[in-house]
Design a protein around this ligand. Structure first.
Ligand code: ADP
Ligand code: ZN
Length: 730
């Protein structure tokens, strides 16, 4: 039995975040301890923190078992959370201690509550007051009963902090100590509801009925960009709040903008709690604690917000559910979309997966009857979907080293004449993907990875996109030592910037790429400025495909629509389809209709045709049929195994040995492919070998994988990672 209470001296099993792959037995402390409690325990000479997971195993000499030192004053971990962590661990083959780290990613959880000074109305009423002092008191009176920090109060009153301090001396303002971790302001579900269109209302009503039912269920909410998906799922959030349960909205990190939070505030009167990489440590701790006490009703966050200690979670929205950033690519390899569904099913909660271009996984789950599907077909208001057409590059006359076709050029000119914005899309960072020596043909590569160095003219350096290593641009070929023969081959966004500026010297051209900014905040601010009309032609990577509104944008030109179709990734077609449709969706969001032009050398390619026709159902069915045929996800199961070591021989030997001793896998009918050098065969000086395991959908893959991997002893230099349902192949 897991739940319950342990009296002093009873044995309990404690999970710590230490790298030990087991639970440790301790005796319950004086006063006893609850299952799920966060505790401090002795480990060797140290004190570490952990969670009482359940009764101790008692397989240890009872006389040597030590006692829990103290129980930490935070809400105990709930049973469903324990279960969730166990299930994610089992699914992703992650040790439990790593899961606990993920679930306690807030600093100072065990520290006593930290205090700070706050200010509120005092009990003295002074008779003569300066204007400045009156302003302070006016603020406090207006918000009767509330307390403010010194900074908040002086800013709201528009006076210096010394004015407030002066009032404290008089007793007119009281200075008191208050815990730093304060509850989040209450949200009002009935605050700023919009009038929905009939279609939107139908969808909202169905979503709300799901919430009221109080049972698990997942809905795919599909609708073109701008159709009001956000508006509609906020209604479901409102219903969830009315039921007194907590709601979580997951967004890709890049979409977590002030714009979104302002929108939530406009709907509920107050800002929600935030959880993402830009949140300060103090705020993270506040968020973690308040979520656990039920004092945060709505959390807007990135994927790891899934591991917050919700007290009563009623709804998880996964916005842009197809987004690849939901798959964590280092540490614990999990897909936040899938884990959201698991989390909700353990909590009797609902899931809404929102997207204009759903993943094939979700589409297949709808087909299989596991998810419900609701659709919003029309864009809200006068906005219509952009007209999409191909520019057949075989028929265009483009000079060497240039990429803008005459057709695209005249479309751009047309928009400049009309003072409308255009977007040029190229999913390649930097200036040029290849730096080639014209004398010997050598391509400059990274010293530590099997990858080419990409020229970044803005940074004046070459950069490896695998490991981030940079070096100055050489003037001499490192191979043949010829001077001044190195030249840039192929386009990156920076180079497109140059070309476009040459074509249109008068135009204001802006290049948007993540590496041009010092911080995510600076980048988001610049995107915002551009969206408001700060330039005529935007050149961008997939950054611009996500989330942002460009009200005056009417033309999208895709430089290389074929780019994503190359390569061996099984999702290449799906990704290209989604990306092209999203990029095109940036055009024509306001009153002006938009147009999207795709430069392609293969306009007859099935994927390009499907994109142009906008026939999504046909595309999904064809794609599904192909994957079914090949037995790959979502119709079969896959796991990617990457072995890496500085020693090439070692990885190949182990890889070969693993492929040979595949008994546990063969028993469930699974096959092993490889070992083969990973597509990027060396990263940061480590050689990488890849094995791929394929199994039928119903096969107990994780168990077989554990048994299989368990047969091998790994040296200290060797690393093995298992990626269930791999999304990227590198
Ligand atoms: P999506 O999430 O599908 O991209 P949004 O919910 O962001 O769509 O809606 C697009 C724009 O239209 C937003 O600015 C939104 O506020 C507005 N909008 C959508 N539905 C309504 C409505 N019923 N009333 C007023 N504005 C709406
Ligand atoms: Zn590198």
């Amino acid at each position: 039995m897991r739940d319950g209470f342990f009296h002093e001296g009873q044995l309990v099993a404690v999970l710590t975040a230490q790298p030990l792959d087991r639970f440790l037995d301790y005796k319950a402390p004086e006063g006893g301890v609850m299952a799920g409690a966060f505790v401090e325990v002795p480990l060797g000479p140290r004190k570490v923190r952990g969670v009482v997971w359940g009764p101790g195993k008692g397989d240890f000499d009872i006389n040597k078992v030590r006692s829990v030192i103290r129980v930490i004053d935070v809400a105990p971990m709930r049973e469903e959370m324990q279960l969730f962590l166990e299930k994610v661990a089992a699914y992703t083959l992650t040790p439990m201690n790593a899961m606990l780290r993920l679930a306690t990613r807030a600093p100072g959880l065990g520290d006593p509550p930290s205090m700070r000074k706050v200010y509120r109305l005092g009990d003295q009423v002074p008779d003569r007051l300066t204007d400045a002092r009156q302003k302070v008191l006016a603020v406090l009176e207006e918000y009767g009963g509330l307390s403010f920090t010194l900074k908040e109060l002086s800013e709201m009153a528009g006076v210096g902090s010394s004015v407030v301090k002066g009032l404290v001396k008089l007793g007119a303002v009281a200075e008191v100590d208050a815990p730093r971790d304060t509850p989040y302001p209450r949200l009002d579900p009935d605050y700023g509801a919009k009038d929905l269109t009939a279609d939107q209302q139908t969808v909202a009503t169905q979503l709300c009925e799901g919430i009221t039912a109080g049972t698990y269920g997942t809905t795919l909410l599909k609708g073109v960009t701008g159709s009001g998906k956000t508006e509609v799922y906020l209604e479901a959030v409102a219903e969830c709040l009315r039921q007194g349960r907590q709601a979580l909205v997951l967004l890709p990190e890049i979409a977590l903008t002030g714009e979104f939070l302002t929108r939530v505030e406009a709907r509920f009167g107050m800002k929600p709690a935030e959880w993402h990489s830009g949140v300060t440590m103090t705020e993270r701790r506040r968020c973690w604690k308040m979520v656990g006490q039920g004092a945060a009703q709505l959390i807007v966050g990135a994927r790891s917000a899934l591991y917050l200690p919700y007290q009563s979670l009623g709804l998880i929205v996964v916005d842009e559910e197809h987004d690849t950033s939901y798959k964590q690519e280092d540490g614990v390899l999990y897909n936040a979309r899938d884990m959201a569904v698991l989390r909700a099913s353990l909590n009797d909660a609902r899931v809404i997966l929102a997207s204009a271009t759903p993943s094939l996984e979700s589409w297949a789950n709808v087909e299989a009857g596991k998810y419900e599907r609701l659709t919003l077909d029309a864009r809200f208001g006068p906005a219509v979907l952009p007209k999409m057409s191909a520019i057949d590059m075989r028929a265009e006359d483009v000079p060497g080293g240039k990429w803008v076709s005459p057709s695209l050029r005249s479309a751009l000119q047309d928009r400049l004449d009309k003072q409308e914005q255009s977007l040029i899309f190229l999913n390649r960072r930097g200036y040029a993907p290849i730096t080639l020596c014209r004398a010997c043909g050598h391509q400059i590569g990274c010293d530590d990875c099997d990858a080419r160095m990409v020229e970044h003219r803005f940074l004046k350096r070459l950069m490896c996109h695998q490991c981030g290593e940079t070096k100055p641009m050489p003037t001499v070929c490192p191979h043949c030592e010829a001077e001044d023969r190195l030249s840039a081959v192929g386009p990156g966004v920076e180079r497109m910037g140059e070309e476009v500026q040459e074509l249109f010297p008068e135009a204001r051209v802006a290049v948007l790429s993540s590496d041009l900014y010092g911080s995510a905040r600076a980048m988001k601010a610049h995107i915002e400025e551009i969206a408001q009309g700060g330039c005529d032609i935007v050149i961008g990577t997939q950054l611009v495909a996500k989330g942002h509104n460009f009200p005056n944008l009417t033309l999208v030109g895709v430089i290389d629509a074929d780019l994503g179709l190359q390569g061996s990734d099984l999702r290449a077609a799906e990704r290209t389809f989604q990306l092209m449709r999203q990029v095109a969706g940036r055009a024509g969001r306001a009153e002006k209709p938009g147009e999207a032009l795709l430069q392609t050398y293969q306009p007859e390619h099935a994927v390009i045709r499907a994109i142009l026709a906008g026939d999504e159902e046909a595309f999904w069915s064809a794609e599904a049929a192909e994957r079914k045929q090949a037995g790959v996800p979502p119709y079969g199961r896959m796991a990617g195994i990457v072995l890496s070591s500085p020693d090439m021989q070692e990885v190949f030997d182990l890889g070969a040995d693993m492929a040979r001793r595949d008994g546990p896998l063969r028993q469930i009918g699974a096959q092993v492919y490889g070992p083969a050098p990973a597509p990027i065969a060396r990263i940061r000086g480590r050689h990488r070998v890849r094995l791929l395991v394929k199994a039928e959908k119903s096969a107990p893959l994780q168990k077989a994988l554990s048994q299989w991997v368990g047969q091998f002893r790994l040296s200290n230099t060797l690393r093995l990672s298992i990626d269930i349902d791999p999304q990227s192949f590198y």
